[in-house]
Design a protein around this ligand. Structure first.
Ligand code: ME8
Length: 518
């Protein structure tokens, strides 16, 4: 594959972003960066979902027009994503003009396919989820799946003939078993579809904050049709003859979503695409939740972690690293700042940071910071280090292809430990004392060339750190370190390196007042 189009969900603008939003965004960013390293053309899109009842109500509660609330909160998402170092190519908002045009064209396609009819909807609706629920999905006024409170709605509505797509969807799941990841989620979706699909209400008449139904402005489009279509808009939409290159981004290679919105992405979205005669996404990665007190962190539960606060305390790379390292992608994980602090100190400051510091300092002390001549040296310790670096690169590559960031980042940090051990074992300071110059050259070379490898391997997870290491090694700054540069001997002899950067200052739990945090 020579291209990679990756998306995050677009986030509701009813409130401020929190750790859960940051997580999906950073996952997508790491995969986008990795694919850029592989030399692929990459498009990475994130953004905000701005229409619907939930946003309209939040705006009313704040005494703002919905668009004003959307502007305010879209700005907060943008700012946070900049702080997190996201490398997205576009931040799409569903109020963007090109999106509105694409949505309208999409609805016309569904109509042209004979998949839309006017009817009456009566049933449960949860504004918090912007979802319709069946009787058996509701208990005591709440949706069982999400806990959101439901209300009974009864109104005229346009329907999408979702029932027509039961068989085509089942055929797609069977033909492309790897599309929905992980497998447990695929099975969940398949069982849901096997249970039968009812036609879906795709318009509302009882509020106004939405895309007007083409040709019938009494209706606004159901927000999920509008929202899901963002992925297609951001791929260029219906081939714009002025810019055919843009449209070439469809289909998406990877949609990354939380498990709360699986049904929308693995059932409704492919059905809309089939109806519109558009290609289906190649993969849908479903991740688990960051929890607090055993529950999903969510704005409505008021149990969210403030990412800005964390970023005031920790390096952005420490937070990114922690989110990959501490929770498997597919599973849930309870967030603990104590653990974030412990990992930042032990794994990043003491392990990686110390390794960079001591290696460059020794090179400075013993060789004036100049990279020594490459010594072929078949010392078994050297060979073992080189072999380990090759193996780690293969592991990271494979795990990133499987979207298993926890295993990938763990292999990376274990490689940092291994390089630290190499320095401990070879004892450059003793070699210097004994005047074993050739051996010292070999060892120093292995240490700093090892650092170069680590900077390339860690770029997807720790982009700022990776750049700082490469800069200290005199490598070109600001460019994406290519995966093909992972070959031994890339660091040229005679290169002047600079003083080690301070990567991860040691943090003190008491000074941070950590006792009253999770
Ligand atoms: O659902 N842990 O938007 P949303 C991990 N607008 N991830 C979490 C999380 C948590 N506790 N909480 C939220 C919507 N997320 C729709 C999407 S897409 C066409 C429309 C992440 O603001 C996770 O990715 O409720 C989840 O799917 C997304 O935020 C939902 O964000």
């Amino acid at each position: 594959m020579d291209r990679f189009y990756v998306t995050t969900p677009i986030y509701y603008v009813n409130g401020a972003p929190h750790l859960g939003h940051a997580y999906t965004a950073v996952l997508a960013d790491a995969l986008a960066r990795h694919h850029r390293q592989l030399g692929e053309r990459v498009r990475f899109v994130t953004g905000t979902d701005e229409h619907g009842l939930k946003v309209q109500r939040a705006a009313e509660a704040e005494g703002l027009a919905p668009k004003a609330l959307a502007d305010k909160n879209a700005g907060r998402f943008r700012e946070l994503f900049a702080r997190l170092g996201l490398s997205n190519d576009r931040f799409i908002r569903t109020t963007d003009a090109d999106h509105l045009a694409t949505v309208e064209a999409m609805v016309h396609r569904l109509i042209a396919a004979g998949d839309v009819y006017l009817g009456g909807y009566e049933g449960w609706y949860a504004a918090a989820d912007e979802a319709f629920y069946d009787e058996d999905e509701v208990v005591d006024g709440r949706a069982i799946a999400s806990g959101a409170s439901v209300e009974w709605v009864r109104e005229e509505s346009f329907f999408f003939r979702l029932s027509r797509y039961q068989e085509p969807l089942l055929a797609w799941y069977a033909q492309e078993p790897a599309v929905i990841m992980p497998e447990t989620r695929r099975n969940e979706v398949r069982r849901f579809v096997e249970g039968g699909l009812k036609d879906l209400s795709i318009s509302r008449t009882t509020f106004s904050w939405g895309v007007p139904w083409p040709g019938d402005p009494r209706h606004v489009l159901y927000v999920w049709v509008d929202a899901l279509t963002n992925y297609f808009t951001a791929a260029g939409g219906f081939a714009d003859p002025a810019d055919p290159a843009e449209a070439a981004w469809w289909p998406a290679d990877l949609h990354i979503i939380g498990k709360d919105i699986l049904r929308f992405h693995a059932v409704y979205w492919p059905a809309f695409l089939m109806s519109a005669d558009l290609a289906l996404p190649r993969r849908i990665l479903t991740h688990g939740w960051w929890t607090a007190g055993g529950e999903k962190q969510s704005k409505s539960k008021g149990n969210v972690v403030d990412v800005d606060l964390l970023l005031d305390r920790y390096q952005v790379d420490a937070l990114r690293y922690f989110m990959f390292r501490d929770k498997p992608v597919a599973g849930d994980g309870s967030f603990s700042e104590t653990r974030l602090l412990a990992r930042s100190n032990a794994e990043l400051a003491d392990n990686l940071g110390n390794l960079v510091n001591r290696s460059l300092k020794m090179l400075e002390r013993y060789r004036g910071g100049i990279v020594p001549e490459v010594v072929a040296g078949d010392d078994p310790v050297d060979r073992a280090l080189r072999d380990a670096l090759v193996a780690t690169a293969a592991t990271v590559r494979r795990q990133m292809a499987d979207c298993d960031l926890m295993t990938a980042v763990t292999a990376f940090i274990e490689q940092c430990s291994a390089l630290n051990l190499y320095v401990n074992d070879t004892q450059p300071w003793s070699l210097a004392k004994r005047g074993e110059d050739r051996r010292l050259d070999a060892v120093l070379y292995h240490a700093v060339e090892g650092l170069r490898h680590l900077a390339i391997l860690g770029y997807a997870f720790l982009p700022e750190t990776s750049q700082a290491i490469l800069t200290a090694l005199g490598e070109p700054a600001g460019t994406v370190p290519a995966w093909t540069d992972l070959h031994w001997g890339g660091l040229p002899a005679g290169r002047q390196t600079s003083a080690p950067p301070v990567l991860f200052p040691k943090l003190d739990a008491e000074a941070l007042g950590l006792s009253d945090l999770t």
